[in-house]
Structure formats: C-alpha cells, structure tokens
Design a protein. Structure first.
Length: 247
DNA sequence: CCAGACGTTGTT
DNA sequence: GTCTGG
DNA sequence: CCAGACGTTGTT
DNA sequence: GTCTGG
C-alpha cells in the first residue's frame, strides 16, 4: 500500500511558511525537493508536540534503529495495519507511537496486469488467493483532486546524539476497499477529514476513540484513481475512477 | 526462567 | 518496555 | 512498496 | 532471479 507518496512540492507558500517556522534550507529541501517520496524518505507530516500539532519533515519508516536513527529495515514499518494499532507492541515500546497525519498531494500504486490483460477481479477465486506474476504494472495516482490528502498515520519521537528531535512515521492501512481491488487488493489507507484532525492530533485522546475508523472499508472522503505515466505523472488517456463515500 | 521478537506486502 | 515461545 | 544492483583490487 | 537501498 502506498508504494510512493505524491509530495506537495508545488503547494503555494509552503516553503516560506516552513522557512518562517524556523526550518533550515536543507530541512525544507529534504521534504519539498522531491515530487515522489519512497519509504525511508522524508515526508511532510503533522505531528503532536508539547506545543501542539506541528507540520514537519518525518522519516517515512516508523521503526528506527535507536542508536543510528536510521530506518530499521528488518521490519516493514512504512505501513501500520489498523487492526494492530490497539494491540501491537511496536506501538507501546519506547518511543511509543502517537497519531499523526502525512500531508500529500496523493499516493501512487502499481496496478498488476495479469496475462490476457486481466485485472485482479478478473482472476478466478483460486488465482486471487495466490495471484500469478503480473505481466506488467501500471502506475496509478490516487488523490483528492484540488485538495491535500490527509493520510492517517502513527509517528514516533526520537532524540539524536545532539539532542535534536527527529520524527518517524508510518501510514495506517485499512482492509481493502471493494472498488479498489483492481489497483491494490490488500489494503487501503485511512484518509482523514479536516474536521477530524483536532481530535486525531490530540495525544490526550486515546487510540481506542478511533476504533470505529479502523475497520471501515467504505471510503469516507471522495478519492480519484487515475492511470498515469511513470515519467511526469501525467494522466493516461483512460477514464479515472472515483471512490465516493456512501450516503 | 531467558531469548527473541517487535512488520507488511506480495509471492511459486 | 513487554509479550511470546521454548 | 519499487528501482536498481548484482564485483574486486588498488588507489589520491 | 533475488537481494539491497531508499
């Protein structure tokens, strides 16, 4: 899930805002200088701090090595399954996990295309259980057109040897959305609504207050999925499809 | 008791 | 730090 | 997750 | 083909 983040590099005024907020040129470059962010890269995140929620760069890999503060790639912690949030030790070991938000233009998935041009839902039940090797993969952009995408995430606060705070983050994945199976059949990220941010980023509110969100397979925010070119992410000449909230 | 894990996705 | 497996 | 490497010896 | 790095 979320093979890459479509970063918010071109969002008007973001650079001067980060500059005014005290970020160094290199910190800003690290998170705004890339259109496509991969796991272990820096992404832009809203994280709870003693001073309240702050927008800052975060390493997109939740578990870091506590000595080097480099991603601990023994475990794939760029995603966090929603059904493990309340139970996994990963989130209670120090530093414990807090809720955060990855702010993005959208994210990319690579749609597997199987022999005969079939997509996942064209496969037999037996094939779906163990999908064959795809003959190719088609890049898709999934986004909320005209708006930033607010991806529900968890984060950890670390201190480096110089006593500087560093933040790592992982994006929360829900069970698969039935209409998204052809693009990605395993999971779908938790997309938050702006009005949910205040409680979401309040560390005094317990994770269990959001339990109802963690099993949801309906989208709650309208998102569009569009096949795009690898080079410049321009739309292919195919119809996008839209996932609309029910009701 | 100690040692070791602590995770997700996609695979033949 | 804390739970699980042996 | 995808992209990219996949190797050794001798060097400023 | 498979592992590593990001």
């Amino acid at each position: 899930m979320c093979g890459a983040i479509y970063n918010v590099t071109d969002f008007p005024l973001l650079e001067p805002i980060l500059d005014m907020a005290g970020y160094s040129e290199s910190e800003i470059e690290k998170v705004l200088g890339k259109k496509e962010c991969r796991p272990t890269d820096s992404v832009l995140a809203m994280v709870p701090t003693r001073e309240g929620p702050r927008l800052m760069p975060a390493t997109w890999w939740l578990k870091l090595d506590k000595r080097t503060l480099k991603p601990d790639t023994r475990w794939a912690t760029f995603n966090c399954r929603s059904d493990h949030i309340l139970t996994s030790k990963l989130h209670t070991i120090p530093p414990k996990s807090f809720r955060s938000v990855v702010v993005a233009n959208g994210f990319f998935e690579w749609q597997p295309v199987y022999s005969g041009g079939r997509l996942f839902t064209d496969l037999t039940e037996a094939e779906q259980a163990k999908p064959p090797k795809p003959i190719r993969k088609q890049r898709y952009l999934v986004h909320t057109p005209g708006q930033l995408m607010l991806l529900g995430a968890l984060c950890k606060h670390w201190l480096d040897e110089a006593g500087e705070p560093k933040v790592s983050t992982g994006i929360i994945t829900l069970p698969p959305h039935p209409r998204f199976l052809d693009v990605h059949h395993k999971s779908f990220p938790l997309v938050l609504k702006p009005e949910e941010l205040e409680d979401w980023l309040n560390p005094k509110v317990e994770h269990s207050a959001f339990e109802a969100l963690f099993g949801v397979t309906d989208v709650r925010v309208e998102v569009e999925a569009q096949a795009v070119n690898d080079g410049d992410f321009s739309a292919l000449d195919t119809e996008p499809f839209v996932l609309r909230p029910v009701g």
